[in-house]
Design a protein around this ligand. Structure first.
Ligand code: 2RA
Length: 329
Protein backbone atom coordinates (compact mmCIF):
# COMPACT_ATOMS: atom_id res chain seq x y z
CA UNK A 1 0.00 0.00 0.00
CA UNK A 2 1.57 3.25 -1.18
CA UNK A 3 0.20 6.06 0.97
CA UNK A 4 0.67 9.80 0.51
CA UNK A 5 0.01 12.26 3.31
CA UNK A 6 -0.56 15.75 1.94
CA UNK A 7 -0.07 18.36 4.67
CA UNK A 8 2.36 16.19 6.62
CA UNK A 9 3.82 19.15 8.53
CA UNK A 10 0.46 20.50 9.79
CA UNK A 11 -1.29 19.74 13.09
CA UNK A 12 -3.69 17.19 11.56
CA UNK A 13 -0.87 15.73 9.47
CA UNK A 14 1.15 15.09 12.61
CA UNK A 15 -1.83 13.40 14.28
CA UNK A 16 -2.42 11.32 11.14
CA UNK A 17 1.12 9.94 11.38
CA UNK A 18 0.59 9.14 15.08
CA UNK A 19 -2.72 7.38 14.38
CA UNK A 20 -1.25 5.45 11.42
CA UNK A 21 1.46 4.15 13.76
CA UNK A 22 -0.99 3.35 16.58
CA UNK A 23 -3.33 1.44 14.25
CA UNK A 24 -0.46 -0.33 12.48
CA UNK A 25 -1.90 0.86 9.17
CA UNK A 26 -0.53 -1.31 6.29
CA UNK A 27 1.91 1.16 4.69
CA UNK A 28 4.53 -0.35 2.37
CA UNK A 29 5.63 3.00 0.97
CA UNK A 30 4.97 6.39 2.60
CA UNK A 31 5.11 9.74 0.80
CA UNK A 32 5.13 12.78 3.09
CA UNK A 33 4.03 15.82 1.14
CA UNK A 34 3.98 19.49 2.05
CA UNK A 35 4.43 22.93 0.53
CA UNK A 36 7.61 24.00 -1.25
CA UNK A 37 9.07 25.59 1.90
CA UNK A 38 9.03 22.23 3.72
CA UNK A 39 10.52 20.07 0.95
CA UNK A 40 13.55 18.18 2.24
CA UNK A 41 12.46 18.45 5.89
CA UNK A 42 12.78 15.11 7.69
CA UNK A 43 9.86 13.55 9.58
CA UNK A 44 10.00 10.32 11.55
CA UNK A 45 7.51 7.49 11.01
CA UNK A 46 7.87 4.09 12.69
CA UNK A 47 11.40 5.08 13.73
CA UNK A 48 12.50 5.90 10.18
CA UNK A 49 13.26 9.36 8.76
CA UNK A 50 11.25 10.39 5.70
CA UNK A 51 12.09 13.42 3.57
CA UNK A 52 9.17 15.68 2.70
CA UNK A 53 8.49 15.89 -1.04
CA UNK A 54 6.42 18.22 -3.22
CA UNK A 55 3.03 17.65 -4.78
CA UNK A 56 4.25 17.16 -8.36
CA UNK A 57 6.57 14.34 -7.28
CA UNK A 58 3.82 12.77 -5.15
CA UNK A 59 1.28 12.69 -7.99
CA UNK A 60 3.86 11.13 -10.32
CA UNK A 61 4.46 8.38 -7.75
CA UNK A 62 0.80 7.31 -8.14
CA UNK A 63 0.04 6.44 -4.50
CA UNK A 64 -2.89 4.10 -3.83
CA UNK A 65 -4.38 6.48 -1.24
CA UNK A 66 -3.71 10.15 -0.53
CA UNK A 67 -4.80 11.60 2.81
CA UNK A 68 -5.22 15.35 2.38
CA UNK A 69 -5.14 17.87 5.19
CA UNK A 70 -3.68 20.90 3.46
CA UNK A 71 -6.57 23.33 3.12
CA UNK A 72 -9.30 23.75 0.57
CA UNK A 73 -7.28 25.51 -2.13
CA UNK A 74 -4.70 22.72 -2.28
CA UNK A 75 -7.44 20.08 -2.33
CA UNK A 76 -9.35 21.79 -5.11
CA UNK A 77 -6.23 22.04 -7.25
CA UNK A 78 -4.49 18.73 -6.50
CA UNK A 79 -7.11 16.14 -5.50
CA UNK A 80 -8.33 15.83 -9.14
CA UNK A 81 -4.72 15.38 -10.33
CA UNK A 82 -4.21 12.50 -7.87
CA UNK A 83 -7.59 11.01 -8.82
CA UNK A 84 -6.67 11.17 -12.52
CA UNK A 85 -3.47 9.29 -11.67
CA UNK A 86 -5.59 6.53 -10.11
CA UNK A 87 -5.13 7.56 -6.46
CA UNK A 88 -8.07 7.52 -4.05
CA UNK A 89 -8.12 10.84 -2.18
CA UNK A 90 -9.56 11.23 1.33
CA UNK A 91 -9.79 14.97 1.91
CA UNK A 92 -10.12 16.62 5.31
CA UNK A 93 -10.84 20.11 3.91
CA UNK A 94 -14.32 21.48 3.19
CA UNK A 95 -13.55 21.69 -0.55
CA UNK A 96 -15.54 18.66 -1.73
CA UNK A 97 -17.93 17.97 1.17
CA UNK A 98 -21.09 19.41 -0.35
CA UNK A 99 -20.33 18.46 -3.97
CA UNK A 100 -23.32 16.31 -5.08
CA UNK A 101 -21.11 13.63 -6.64
CA UNK A 102 -18.67 13.37 -3.70
CA UNK A 103 -19.35 11.23 -0.65
CA UNK A 104 -19.16 12.66 2.87
CA UNK A 105 -18.22 9.74 5.10
CA UNK A 106 -18.26 8.81 8.78
CA UNK A 107 -17.42 5.09 8.54
CA UNK A 108 -19.69 3.99 11.42
CA UNK A 109 -22.64 5.65 9.66
CA UNK A 110 -22.31 5.52 5.86
CA UNK A 111 -19.11 3.80 4.73
CA UNK A 112 -21.36 1.28 2.93
CA UNK A 113 -21.96 3.95 0.26
CA UNK A 114 -18.34 3.79 -0.91
CA UNK A 115 -17.41 2.11 -4.20
CA UNK A 116 -14.17 1.73 -6.16
CA UNK A 117 -15.38 4.61 -8.36
CA UNK A 118 -15.09 7.08 -5.47
CA UNK A 119 -11.73 8.71 -6.13
CA UNK A 120 -12.28 11.83 -4.02
CA UNK A 121 -13.93 11.16 -0.64
CA UNK A 122 -14.68 13.98 1.81
CA UNK A 123 -14.02 13.83 5.54
CA UNK A 124 -16.70 15.85 7.39
CA UNK A 125 -15.92 18.84 9.60
CA UNK A 126 -14.69 17.88 13.07
CA UNK A 127 -17.68 19.36 14.91
CA UNK A 128 -20.01 17.54 12.49
CA UNK A 129 -18.38 14.14 13.01
CA UNK A 130 -18.86 14.05 16.78
CA UNK A 131 -22.41 15.40 16.46
CA UNK A 132 -23.57 12.80 13.92
CA UNK A 133 -21.83 9.99 15.78
CA UNK A 134 -23.98 10.77 18.85
CA UNK A 135 -27.15 11.38 16.83
CA UNK A 136 -26.96 8.42 14.42
CA UNK A 137 -28.46 5.66 16.61
CA UNK A 138 -31.10 8.04 17.98
CA UNK A 139 -32.14 9.36 14.56
CA UNK A 140 -32.53 5.81 13.30
CA UNK A 141 -34.83 4.90 16.19
CA UNK A 142 -36.75 8.13 16.94
CA UNK A 143 -36.36 10.26 13.75
CA UNK A 144 -34.96 13.74 14.36
CA UNK A 145 -37.05 16.83 13.66
CA UNK A 146 -34.77 19.64 14.85
CA UNK A 147 -31.33 19.96 16.44
CA UNK A 148 -30.07 23.00 18.34
CA UNK A 149 -26.34 22.74 19.00
CA UNK A 150 -23.92 25.10 20.76
CA UNK A 151 -20.27 24.22 20.36
CA UNK A 152 -17.32 24.98 22.65
CA UNK A 153 -14.37 24.49 20.32
CA UNK A 154 -10.70 23.91 21.02
CA UNK A 155 -8.17 26.38 19.65
CA UNK A 156 -6.43 23.42 18.00
CA UNK A 157 -9.24 23.53 15.44
CA UNK A 158 -7.83 26.83 14.19
CA UNK A 159 -4.24 25.64 14.08
CA UNK A 160 -0.77 26.11 15.51
CA UNK A 161 -0.98 29.94 15.54
CA UNK A 162 -4.10 29.82 17.74
CA UNK A 163 -2.59 27.34 20.18
CA UNK A 164 0.46 29.61 20.36
CA UNK A 165 -1.74 32.69 20.96
CA UNK A 166 -3.44 30.96 23.91
CA UNK A 167 -0.13 29.80 25.36
CA UNK A 168 1.33 33.32 24.97
CA UNK A 169 -1.68 34.93 26.64
CA UNK A 170 -1.56 32.47 29.54
CA UNK A 171 2.04 33.46 30.32
CA UNK A 172 1.50 37.10 29.37
CA UNK A 173 3.82 37.27 26.40
CA UNK A 174 2.96 39.18 23.22
CA UNK A 175 2.78 37.21 19.97
CA UNK A 176 1.01 36.75 16.66
CA UNK A 177 -2.80 36.81 16.92
CA UNK A 178 -4.82 34.02 15.29
CA UNK A 179 -8.03 35.66 16.50
CA UNK A 180 -9.26 39.28 16.47
CA UNK A 181 -9.44 39.19 20.28
CA UNK A 182 -7.70 37.54 23.23
CA UNK A 183 -8.79 33.92 23.66
CA UNK A 184 -7.45 33.43 27.21
CA UNK A 185 -10.26 34.12 29.78
CA UNK A 186 -12.55 34.70 26.83
CA UNK A 187 -15.06 32.98 24.51
CA UNK A 188 -15.34 33.97 20.84
CA UNK A 189 -18.72 33.29 19.13
CA UNK A 190 -16.83 33.28 15.85
CA UNK A 191 -15.45 30.07 14.28
CA UNK A 192 -14.33 30.53 10.66
CA UNK A 193 -15.83 33.45 8.69
CA UNK A 194 -19.28 35.06 8.76
CA UNK A 195 -21.69 34.37 5.90
CA UNK A 196 -24.36 36.77 4.59
CA UNK A 197 -27.03 35.14 6.76
CA UNK A 198 -25.20 36.07 9.96
CA UNK A 199 -24.05 32.53 10.64
CA UNK A 200 -20.40 31.50 10.46
CA UNK A 201 -19.14 28.90 8.00
CA UNK A 202 -18.60 26.56 10.94
CA UNK A 203 -22.25 26.90 11.95
CA UNK A 204 -23.44 26.32 8.38
CA UNK A 205 -21.28 23.17 8.17
CA UNK A 206 -23.17 21.89 11.21
CA UNK A 207 -26.45 22.78 9.51
CA UNK A 208 -25.67 21.20 6.13
CA UNK A 209 -23.30 18.26 6.59
CA UNK A 210 -25.50 16.07 8.87
CA UNK A 211 -28.32 16.13 6.30
CA UNK A 212 -25.90 14.80 3.65
CA UNK A 213 -24.38 12.19 5.96
CA UNK A 214 -27.81 10.88 6.99
CA UNK A 215 -29.13 11.39 3.45
CA UNK A 216 -32.17 13.01 5.03
CA UNK A 217 -33.32 16.59 4.66
CA UNK A 218 -36.43 16.15 6.80
CA UNK A 219 -34.68 17.50 9.90
CA UNK A 220 -32.93 20.81 10.51
CA UNK A 221 -29.93 21.91 12.53
CA UNK A 222 -29.24 25.36 13.93
CA UNK A 223 -25.86 26.03 15.51
CA UNK A 224 -23.84 28.54 17.47
CA UNK A 225 -20.12 27.78 17.26
CA UNK A 226 -17.92 29.23 20.00
CA UNK A 227 -14.15 29.16 20.40
CA UNK A 228 -12.98 28.65 23.97
CA UNK A 229 -9.51 28.53 25.52
CA UNK A 230 -9.06 24.77 25.56
CA UNK A 231 -6.79 22.39 23.64
CA UNK A 232 -8.06 18.83 24.01
CA UNK A 233 -11.21 18.72 21.94
CA UNK A 234 -14.55 20.16 20.94
CA UNK A 235 -17.58 20.06 23.23
CA UNK A 236 -21.19 20.42 22.13
CA UNK A 237 -24.43 21.07 24.01
CA UNK A 238 -27.05 19.32 21.89
CA UNK A 239 -30.82 19.74 22.12
CA UNK A 240 -32.60 17.33 19.76
CA UNK A 241 -36.33 17.12 19.12
CA UNK A 242 -37.57 13.83 17.71
CA UNK A 243 -40.74 13.00 15.84
CA UNK A 244 -41.27 10.01 18.13
CA UNK A 245 -40.97 9.93 21.90
CA UNK A 246 -38.09 8.09 23.51
CA UNK A 247 -37.28 6.24 26.70
CA UNK A 248 -34.23 7.71 28.43
CA UNK A 249 -32.90 4.35 29.62
CA UNK A 250 -33.24 3.01 26.06
CA UNK A 251 -31.33 6.07 24.76
CA UNK A 252 -28.61 5.37 27.29
CA UNK A 253 -28.41 1.70 26.32
CA UNK A 254 -28.35 2.48 22.58
CA UNK A 255 -25.50 4.98 22.99
CA UNK A 256 -23.63 2.58 25.25
CA UNK A 257 -23.85 -0.10 22.57
CA UNK A 258 -22.83 2.15 19.66
CA UNK A 259 -19.31 1.55 18.32
CA UNK A 260 -17.15 4.64 18.73
CA UNK A 261 -19.34 6.15 21.45
CA UNK A 262 -18.37 6.14 25.14
CA UNK A 263 -21.14 7.01 27.57
CA UNK A 264 -19.92 9.04 30.56
CA UNK A 265 -23.03 9.96 32.45
CA UNK A 266 -23.56 9.80 36.21
CA UNK A 267 -24.37 13.02 38.09
CA UNK A 268 -24.01 11.15 41.41
CA UNK A 269 -20.28 10.72 40.75
CA UNK A 270 -19.76 13.93 38.72
CA UNK A 271 -19.20 11.73 35.65
CA UNK A 272 -19.51 13.59 32.33
CA UNK A 273 -17.30 14.15 29.26
CA UNK A 274 -14.60 16.83 29.30
CA UNK A 275 -12.09 17.83 26.60
CA UNK A 276 -9.25 17.67 29.13
CA UNK A 277 -9.77 13.89 29.29
CA UNK A 278 -10.91 13.35 25.68
CA UNK A 279 -7.56 14.64 24.37
CA UNK A 280 -5.66 11.98 22.45
CA UNK A 281 -8.56 9.52 22.38
CA UNK A 282 -10.71 8.42 19.41
CA UNK A 283 -14.07 7.96 21.09
CA UNK A 284 -16.96 10.38 21.00
CA UNK A 285 -17.89 10.89 24.65
CA UNK A 286 -21.56 11.48 25.52
CA UNK A 287 -23.10 12.51 28.84
CA UNK A 288 -25.48 14.87 30.63
CA UNK A 289 -28.38 12.96 29.08
CA UNK A 290 -31.70 14.37 30.23
CA UNK A 291 -35.16 14.94 28.85
CA UNK A 292 -35.92 18.54 27.85
CA UNK A 293 -38.84 19.21 30.17
CA UNK A 294 -39.95 22.26 28.21
CA UNK A 295 -41.20 20.34 25.18
CA UNK A 296 -42.16 16.76 24.22
CA UNK A 297 -39.88 14.22 22.48
CA UNK A 298 -36.79 16.34 23.15
CA UNK A 299 -33.42 15.28 24.58
CA UNK A 300 -30.44 17.26 25.92
CA UNK A 301 -26.95 15.81 25.81
CA UNK A 302 -23.30 16.86 25.98
CA UNK A 303 -20.88 15.52 23.35
CA UNK A 304 -17.08 15.77 23.51
CA UNK A 305 -14.34 14.47 21.21
CA UNK A 306 -10.75 15.20 20.23
CA UNK A 307 -11.24 17.30 17.09
CA UNK A 308 -7.83 16.35 15.66
CA UNK A 309 -8.46 12.61 16.08
CA UNK A 310 -12.01 11.33 15.44
CA UNK A 311 -12.76 14.82 14.20
CA UNK A 312 -10.11 14.60 11.50
CA UNK A 313 -7.16 12.15 11.39
CA UNK A 314 -8.78 8.99 12.79
CA UNK A 315 -11.97 9.35 10.76
CA UNK A 316 -9.95 9.76 7.55
CA UNK A 317 -7.78 6.76 8.39
CA UNK A 318 -10.84 4.67 9.23
CA UNK A 319 -12.17 5.48 5.74
CA UNK A 320 -8.84 4.28 4.28
CA UNK A 321 -9.02 1.10 6.38
CA UNK A 322 -12.54 0.46 5.09
CA UNK A 323 -11.42 0.92 1.46
CA UNK A 324 -8.62 -1.61 2.00
CA UNK A 325 -10.85 -4.09 3.87
CA UNK A 326 -13.50 -4.00 1.13
CA UNK A 327 -10.83 -4.10 -1.61
CA UNK A 328 -12.01 -0.78 -3.04
CA UNK A 329 -8.42 0.38 -3.59
C1 2RA B 1 -12.39 24.55 13.66
N1 2RA B 1 -13.80 22.83 12.69
O1 2RA B 1 -12.49 23.97 14.73
C2 2RA B 1 -12.91 23.94 12.38
C3 2RA B 1 -11.81 23.53 11.47
N2 2RA B 1 -10.96 22.58 12.02
O2 2RA B 1 -11.86 25.66 13.54
Amino acid sequence: MKLALIGATGMVGEVMLKVLEERNFPVDELLLVASEKSIGKEISFRGKAFKVIGLEEAVAAKPDIALFSAGGATSLKWAPKFAEAGTTVIDNSSAWRMEPDKKLIVPEINAHLLTEDDKIIANPNCSTIQLVMALAPLHKKYKMKRVVVSTYQSVSGTGVKAVQQLENEIVGTKGEMAYPYPIHKNALPHCDVFEDNGYTKEEMKLAREPQKIFDDRSFSVTATAVRIPTIGGHSEAVNVEFINDFDLSEVRMMLHKTSGIKLQDNPDTNTYPMPFYAHGKDEVFVGRLRRDETQPNTLNMWVVSDNLRKGAATNAIQIAEYLIEKKLV
